[in-house]
Design a protein around this ligand. Structure first.
Ligand SMILES: Nc1ncnc2c1ncn2[C@@H]1O[C@H](COP(=O)(O)OP(=O)(O)O)[C@@H](O)[C@H]1O
Ligand SMILES: [Mg+2]
Length: 355
């Protein structure tokens, strides 16, 4: 048995430099950080903000951490607060926090709590039923911080608000707020992270964000980086090949791989599991919706000999596969590919067996 070794954050120099370059400039645009599931978006941004100089104050909001807050509550609370008295109350708390930020000179990272600064404050928010717009207040708040430091707002798992009627007011308000902070007032950097690139595209099209945002792709490790990563953890050549051929460059998978006691079994298990998941999905469709089943098989057939495929437009079957996290779409390059190397191998095997 190998002992548990802590894997350190690895590489990402290029992506870091790209984001640092953005941070060095005046806030201009909303930055969308996108890439396949487990490609390392959250790790990258977390690592980056942990190492930022003290001139930055980072507000990190992860919409997926429902144990802390339900996202509906969060949005409702954060962006629609009525009652003047209550507004005054949060104003006082914010002022206190602001004093703290500016006096201690410490870099402050409100991880997972978001803009309001502590859990108890958030809980207070939840209890208040109110509708008055709090954006103006938050703008003032960021303006104040911006006098001393550079605020950075990071919204992770942005797609979690996807069901909050994208045509409705909330998403518009949210993005208008972001645009206000960036393009108009230049007071706060805004980063939105998501694996769901189609959601980003939808926001892009519907919230009329054109020319107001920038896209940063955080992809899996490329071949060279994958190899370096494996070499760093002294993985032998045979196992290097096993990892590269079956897991590709997905950092999370590679981390599990190096830490596992039996790497061959690990890879086999991962493949079996993914194959089973995908089979379950498509074979459940075979009876329910034969036409869709066939369309999906046709999408899969694109990947018999290719790893990435150009598409003309997003069909219902692609949409379904994206929603099921089997396919990743890069809407800017109009390219689709499997969410992982493992998925690619699983799908190829399924097709072989279908014949
Ligand atoms: N640069 C990296 N170096 C080492 N491990 C990483 C790196 N990026 C990601 N990982 C590993 O991969 C896992 C998934 O990454 P994560 O950032 O959560 O992906 P995403 O946010 O894109 O879904 C992490 O928990 C971490 O173990
Ligand atoms: Mg993430």
């Amino acid at each position: 048995m190998k002992g548990i070794q802590r894997t350190e954050f690895f590489d990402r120099e290029k992506e870091k430099e790209e984001i640092l370059h953005i941070l060095r400039q005046e806030p201009q645009e909303i930055n969308f950080i996108y890439g396949p599931i487990n490609s390392g978006k959250t790790s990258l941004i977390t690592n980056l903000i942990e190492n930022l100089p003290d001139d930055y104050v980072v507000f990190y909001v992860n919409l997926r951490r429902k144990s802390i807050i339900r996202y509906e509550d969060f949005i409702r609370v954060l962006f629609a607060i009525e009652e003047g008295g209550f507004l005054k109350k949060i104003k006082n708390i914010f002022t206190k926090v602001l004093k703290h930020i500016t006096s201690t000179g410490e870099k402050t990272l409100y991880k997972s709590h978001g803009i309001p600064v502590d859990k108890s404050l958030l809980e207070t928010f939840f209890k208040e039923k109110s509708n008055e717009d709090v954006f103006n207040y938050l703008v003032e708040y960021f303006k104040n911080i911006a006098k001393h430091k550079t605020p950075v707002l990071v919204i992770d798992e942005l797609q979690m608000i996807g069901d909050l009627e994208i045509n409705g007011k909330l998403i518009y308000k949210l993005f208008n707020f972001f645009i206000g902070l960036t393009k108009e007032l230049h007071i706060c950097h805004v980063f939105a992270l998501s694996s769901d690139s189609l959601f980003i595209e939808k926001v892009y099209n519907e919230a009329i964000l054109k020319e107001r945002c920038r896209y940063v792709l955080v992809d899996e490790f490329d071949e060279k980086t994958t190899l370096k990563f494996l070499e760093k953890y002294k993985v032998g050549e045979d196992e290097q090949d096993l990892a590269r051929n079956c897991l590709g460059g997905k950092p999370g998978m590679l981390t599990s791989f190096i830490n596992t006691s039996n790497r061959k079994d690990f890879v086999e298990d991962v493949l079996t599991k993914r194959k089973g998941d995908i089979e379950e999905l498509i074979f459940s469709l075979e009876d329910k919706n034969t036409a869709m089943f066939e369309k999906i098989i046709n999408v899969f057939k694109n990947f018999i000999n290719a790893e990435s495929v150009k598409y003309k437009y997003i069909t219902d079957e692609i949409l379904l596969l994206v929603g099921e996290n089997i396919i990743f779409v890069d809407p800017y390059k109009k390219i689709m590919r499997m969410q992982s190397k493992t998925d690619l191998l699983a799908v190829r095997e399924i097709l072989k067996e279908l014949k």
